[in-house]
Design a protein around this ligand. Structure first.
Ligand SMILES: [Zn+2]
Length: 270
C-alpha cells in the first residue's frame, strides 16, 4: 500500500467520521430541540391551564359573596312566604276591592257582652282589654263578628253608603275586627266619630294594640288606600309580629301586603 493510498483511505475514513459526528450533532440538536419544544409546549399548556384555573378561582371568589347574598335573599323570601302562608288567615285582606273569598269559613268564640270573634283572636283581645283596664281605662266593645245578613242589614239602613262596608267587604264578617270605644263616649249620639281618638282608653289602645297582635286598621292618612274613613275605634287582628311591623313602618295593611287597589273600581259601587 502506497502512501497516497493510505492518505486517501484516511481521508475517506475521516470524512466518514466527520459525517457521523455531524449526524450525531444534528441528531443531538434535534433531540434537544424536540425536548425544548416539548417542554415549552407542555409548560405553555400548564401555564395557561393554571392561569385559567386561577382566573376561574378569582371569578368564583369574586361572585361568591353575590351568590351567597342571592341565596340568603332567596332563603329569606322563602321563609317570609312560608310565614305569610302560615299567617294567611290573620293577614286576609278584605276591603272595598277585595271581597271575602267564597270558601271563607270561621270558627267564632264568644267574648265580652256576647260579642263573637274568630276563636284565635279571643285570647289576645281579652288580654288587651284586661291590660287596658289595669292601666285605669274603660274600653267597651260595641261591635265584633257580623254575619253577612247583619252586614247587609246595616248596609241597607245606612243613608250614606260610604259609611258602611258593602256586604262581603267588611272585616267584621271575618271575626278579625273589633270596634272598641271609651266608656265615656257611650252616651254620645254617635260615638263612632274622630273625637274618639282623644279619649284615654282609645289612646292607650292605639299605642299598645300591636303588642296583642292588633292594628288600628284605618289610619287618618291612609283613607284613599284603605278606602275607609279614619276610624280610631276599629282594631284588626293580624298577629303580634305583623302588627309590630305595620306599626313601626307606619304603613296600612294594604301597603304592608303590597296590594294597593285604590285605582280599581270598588265592589258594590254603582
Ligand atoms: Zn269596625
Amino acid at each position: 500500500m502506497n502512501k497516497a493510498n493510505k492518505a486517501a483511505r484516511r481521508k475517506k475514513k475521516n470524512k466518514r467520521l466527520r459525517g457521523l459526528i455531524i449526524l450525531d450533532i444534528v441528531l443531538a440538536l434535534l433531540v434537544l430541540l424536540g425536548f425544548l419544544a416539548g417542554s415549552y409546549i407542555k409548560g405553555g399548556y400548564a401555564d395557561s391551564e393554571s392561569a385559567a384555573t386561577e382566573a376561574a378561582d378569582e371569578i368564583i371568589r369574586g361572585i361568591e359573596p353575590a351568590v351567597k347574598t342571592a341565596s340568603a335573599i332567596e332563603a329569606t323570601i322563602e321563609e317570609e312566604e312560608r310565614r305569610m302562608q302560615k299567617d294567611a288567615w290573620s293577614l286576609l285582606l278584605v276591603n272595598p276591592w277585595n271581597k271575602i273569598p267564597e270558601s271563607f269559613e270561621v270558627e267564632t268564640a264568644a267574648t265580652e257582652k256576647g260579642y263573637e270573634v274568630d276563636e284565635r283572636v279571643r285570647e289576645p283581645l281579652e288580654a288587651m282589654l284586661a291590660d287596658c283596664r289595669e292601666a285605669g281605662y274603660s274600653p267597651v266593645i260595641i261591635s265584633a263578628f257580623r254575619t253577612r245578613e247583619t252586614q247587609q242589614y246595616l248596609y241597607d239602613r245606612t243613608a250614606n253608603k260610604n259609611d258602611t262596608a258593602y256586604p262581603g267587604t267588611s272585616e267584621h264578617e271575618c271575626g278579625l275586627a273589633i270596634d272598641i270605644i271609651d266608656a265615656s263616649s257611650s252616651g254620645w249620639a254617635d260615638p263612632l266619630i274622630k273625637e274618639q281618638e282623644d279619649l284615654p282608653a282609645q289612646k292607650w289602645l292605639m299605642e299598645n294594640c300591636h303588642e296583642y297582635g292588633f292594628i288600628l286598621r284605618y289610619p287618618h292618612d291612609k283613607e284613599d288606600i284603605t278606602g275607609i274613613i279614619y276610624e280610631p275605634w276599629h282594631y284588626r287582628y293580624v298577629g303580634k309580629e305583623h302588627a309590630a311591623k305595620i306599626m313601626e313602618s307606619g304603613k296600612c295593611l294594604e301597603e304592608y301586603l303590597g296590594r294597593i287597589d285604590k285605582d280599581k273600581e270598588r265592589i258594590g259601587s254603582n
